[in-house]
Design a protein around this ligand. Structure first.
Ligand SMILES: [Fe+2]
Ligand SMILES: [Fe+2]
Length: 479
């Protein structure tokens, strides 16, 4: 089997790459509607050349698309929905031609970029043979722009990607477990008022970022497991995973993602200062319990400031701990009588994902487990008052209709575990079929419901695993 293409995602693209990619696809669109000598086009071309030169370590630059993800020099680039919709049309056109990306040589001139666009976007070549296409480019006087085949871009063989997915899931699982153990250590140190080791926490956050950058759902699936023995540790890890996934979608750069993830891991640290039997209380809270519980944001701030070395990460974390239950309309806690400033972006993200995880777990505050779609509906109902509507919409998209880690029934009477959401068609995610009419499969089947061979398989509905005596842990944590 071919070695899976291992794109280096240890680094996320920053603003320079985002700008380059956006201006590339804008140029592509413009050249279809106006003449290449037009002043608007020339201006956009100059902007593109400037962005090209502004990419860090400027040299030959490769732009490619791998399974709806965009890369500049192997750095994953997230850009807004508007940019994305322009890009996906171009990439679909490339795919029909067998093209996975382009490499622009450092010597490329603006005129050559214009000729390339004229050839690819306006004249629209018909050959699906990459060698023929490349020869045509040379014939058009375009020596410094090379086309990458789908294979070279790492976007080709679905079996390669499946193999890569399996390996990657395994690594993701290890990272997730490591994150839980980091939270355990944090809690142990904080309980005993010892200084906390932030270096290890930052390292694990960075590894989580790397995983999410490469495959958003790999960790969402793990966050869907709520029945750990000690849910307190898993909760902070889940909140971190959801928050980082949102951060990646929002296009935050790596330093900000690092601070967001770090803050998310510490958001409930104040609870270590509350009686353990309150935190683990199996029944619903009475009024006195609530009064106690509402102290945890302030206790969190104190714990962070006393036990952590002060730096931008800890400052942000303290703010997140303080603000994550305040609510947009200040109806939450702590109650602020004066100086009602809007809460920080990170606190708003944490507020949303924290509520979602708490409600879907049925462990925290409200002792009834709700399904992800019930929770999203409830949160949307409350959104105008409690949450930022834009952020809630992004989170809604992250979770999707059939969240990663949920079980679904298919029209073929098969039961499948949702692995990866399909951003373009929520009804057709990537799944693992774990059972059929005859019972559970010993060899689960990995299936892309968006694939041409699987169009007869459709999702009928979500399944509540407990009603069938199933435990999703068994499906997520095996293979
Ligand atoms: Fe909290
Ligand atoms: Fe929480």
């Amino acid at each position: 089997m071919t070695e899976p293409v291992n794109y280096d995602v240890s680094i996320l693209g920053g603003q320079a790459e985002q700008r380059l990619l956006s201006s590339f696809f804008v140029l592509y669109k413009t050249c279809r509607i106006i003449d290449l000598s037009n002043a608007t086009f020339r201006r956009q071309l100059t902007t593109f050349m400037d962005h090209l030169a502004a990419v860090p370590n400027y040299g030959d630059i490769t732009i490619k698309a791998v399974h709806d993800r965009y890369f500049v020099n192997e750095r994953l680039v997230r850009f807004d929905d508007h940019g994305q919709s322009g890009a996906s049309g171009v990439v679909a056109e490339w795919r029909r031609l067998g093209v996975g990306g382009v490499t622009l040589d450092i010597r490329v001139s603006p005129d050559e970029v214009a000729s390339f666009l004229q050839f690819m976007a306006t004249e629209k070549p018909s050959s699906v043979n990459i060698e023929t296409l490349s020869a045509q480019l040379t014939a058009h006087g375009i020596p410094y722009i090379k086309l990458l085949s789908m294979k070279e871009a790492g976007a080709e063989d679905p079996t390669v990607s499946e193999e890569a997915r399996r390996r990657f899931r395994l690594m993701a699982r290890k990272t997730f477990v490591r994150a839980i153990s980091v939270v355990q250590d944090i809690v142990a140190s904080a309980t005993n008022d010892k200084e906390l080791n932030t270096a290890r926490t930052k390292r694990v956050v960075h590894t989580l970022i790397d995983h999410i950058a490469q495959d958003e759902s790999s960790l969402l699936e793990l966050a869907a497991i709520k029945d750990y023995d000690d849910y307190t540790y898993a909760h902070s890890t889940n909140v971190c995973v959801y928050a980082l996934t949102m951060g990646v979608r929002l296009g935050l750069d790596r330093p900000r993602l690092s601070q967001l993830g770090f803050g998310a891991l510490f958001h409930d640290i104040g609870k270590v200062k509350l009686p353990a039997d309150l935190i683990r209380k199996p029944d619903a809270f009475d009024e006195n319990d609530w009064i106690q519980m509402q102290r945890h944001p302030m206790l969190g701030v104190k714990t962070i400031l006393y036990n952590l070395k002060f730096d931008p990460h800890t400052a942000r974390a303290a703010r997140g701990a303080f603000e994550h239950h305040i609510n947009r309309d200040f109806t939450g806690y702590p109650v602020l009588r004066h100086q009602r400033r809007p809460t920080n972006l990170f606190s708003q993200i944490i507020a949303i994902v924290d509520t979602f995880d708490a409600l879907t777990s049925g462990r925290v505050y409200i002792k009834k487990q709700m399904t992800p779609d019930e929770v999203i509906r409830k949160m949307r109902y409350q959104m105008t008052v409690k949450f930022d509507p834009f952020l809630l919409k992004i989170f809604n998209d992250v979770i999707g209709v059939y969240p990663a880690g949920s079980l679904v029934l298919l029209t073929t009477d098969e039961i499948a575990l949702v692995l990866t959401n399909n951003e373009h068609d929520f009804a057709r995610p990537y799944v693992k079929i774990v059972g059929n009419r005859s019972g559970l499969l010993t060899d689960p089947l990995w299936v892309d419901l968006a694939g041409a061979d699987n169009l007869e398989r459709r999702i009928v509905r979500l399944i509540d695993p407990s009603r069938y005596g199933l435990d999703i842990k068994d499906f997520i944590l095996t293979d």
